[in-house]
Ligand binder design. Structure first.
Ligand code: FES
Length: 162
């Protein structure tokens, strides 16, 4: 039988507070058996699971998706390297999308983001009469990674402004 950890040991070794570990347990992200004295005992692999939860949270992956990923790992035996690779590859596309969104936010915060405010001079060129509203609510130019599609009217206005 592999070594078990008390909640204090798990907290010390993972750097995650005991209250957060109890929360993870309530959320079904980790599991413990109870001793006769009703104390938690975690299998040592829980350290890895907590690290995955922390990494997923840091990357902005919702807890439900983290739980789904952890649920796909074997319960009893230690996950293999291949198990961990499969789990991380499932998040790859989502992480790439988040990175692209963050880069877009970084690059566009000082220009028009298509939010409908029309407050900047460039908004009237890139988003005349709030044309981005046709795409639905939100700051579309932040979310769409492709080049901003400026309408023919916006292009004419931009040319006139030069
Ligand atoms: S920044 Fe809001 S519509 Fe341009």
């Amino acid at each position: 039988m592999s070594r078990e950890l008390t909640i204090g040991e798990l907290s010390d070794r993972s750097g995650v507070s005991q209250s957060a570990l109890r929360f993870y347990e309530r959320q079904g992200l980790i599991a413990a058996r109870r001793t006769d004295g009703n104390q938690r005992r975690y299998p040592s692999v829980t350290l890895r699971r907590v690290a995955v939860v922390q990494a997923g949270k840091a990357a902005g992956i919702p807890l439900e998706r983290i739980r789904d990923a952890l649920d796909s790992l074997p319960d009893e035996k230690q996950p293999t390297k291949r198990d961990w690779e499969r789990l991380s590859s499932e998040w790859r596309a989502e992480l790439d999308e988040r990175i692209a969104t963050l880069e877009s936010i970084r690059d566009r915060l000082t220009t028009c983001i298509g939010c409908g405010c029309l407050s900047l001079k460039t908004c009237r060129l890139l988003n005349p009469d709030d044309e981005a509203a046709d795409l639905g609510g939100g700051a579309h130019y932040l979310r769409h990674q492709k080049r901003i599609r400026v309408s023919p009217r916006g292009r004419r206005l931009a040319q006139r402004a030069r």
